[in-house]
Design a protein around this ligand. Structure first.
Ligand code: ARG
Length: 253
């Protein structure tokens, strides 16, 4: 990993304290890839009792297996996930990150494991279009693409940040905010799971490709992940996991 070495050397020369990200060979030698996610974002990554599970948790495990590796999960707050890559706290993050230019300055993204987007959710049909957000208070999870995109909507009264997406949902349910912007599949599941909660799904605000991330320039690891993910999509493994959670195929067409 010449690039990573160069980065580490440059950092050492600058006196910066950054740890070397593990190149593929080192991960292979240890036999175990360290994966990180949030664990509070159903149905993508969440705890069922003590068991971490969800669409992208299962996809991540299937990909790791195809790479011939064992896996170990770490779960931390959404905000700490991408920065933890540069600090060498884990090898790869699978936590529903949309691929954005801004994030791509700091990390290297793999190929996407699903395609989705941010959707408006409210308690009334009168708040369902982008224009309906004028003068309204909108809840989003801190550090997400929902936060960035709602901030771009002209006329929104306030964008309220919450540490988890679930806390943002709860703010809507208790009417502390007028709307919540979340992933369309999160919304779909929430509406199906709690039909009496009165949640209404409105317009999509934007669409995004969701991918795993490795530390910036760790291309060897990204390539190996991409190859294994491609195989897992081609042989139907990912499709089966997708149907289990969403009754449809959420991979990018
Ligand atoms: N897709 C959104 C983004 O890219 C939200 C991701 C939230 N993920 C999570 N594990 N809570 O920012």
């Amino acid at each position: 990993m010449q690039v990573l070495k160069a980065v580490a050397v440059a950092a050492a020369l600058c006196g910066a304290v950054i740890a070397q990200a593990r190149p593929l060979e080192e991960i292979q030698k240890s036999g175990t890839i360290v994966l990180a996610t949030e664990g509070q974002y159903a149905p993508f990554n969440f705890y069922k009792g003590k068991q971490l599970t969800g669409y992208e948790v299962e996809v991540g495990e299937a990909v790791a297996k195809k790479m011939g590796l064992k896996f170990e999960w770490k779960t931390v707050g959404f905000d700490a996930l991408l920065t933890g890559l540069a600090q060498d706290r884990w090898d790869l993050v699978v936590a529903s990150h949309g691929v954005t230019e801004e994030r791509a300055k700091a990390v290297t993204f793999t190929h996407p494991h699903y395609c989705s987007g941010g959707q408006i959710v409210s308690l009334t049909p009168s708040i369902s279009k982008v224009g309906d957000l004028t003068g309204k208070v909108v809840a989003v999870q801190t550090g997400t693409s929902y936060m960035d995109n709602v901030k771009k909507v002209a006329g929104v009264k306030e964008v309220k940040n919450f540490p988890t997406d679930e806390a943002a949902r709860s703010a809507l349910s208790s009417k502390r905010v007028d709307a919540w912007v979340t992933d369309r599949f999160v919304a779909k599941e929430m509406l199906a799971k709690a039909p009496k909660a009165g949640l209404k799904a409105g317009d999509m605000l934007f669409i995004e490709h969701i991918a795993a991330a490795v530390s910036k320039g760790n291309q060897g690891l990204a390539d190996a992940w991409n190859k294994a993910l491609k195989e897992a999509i081609a042989d139907g493994t990912v499709g089966t996991i997708s149907k289990k959670y969403f009754q449809e195929d959420v991979t990018c067409k």
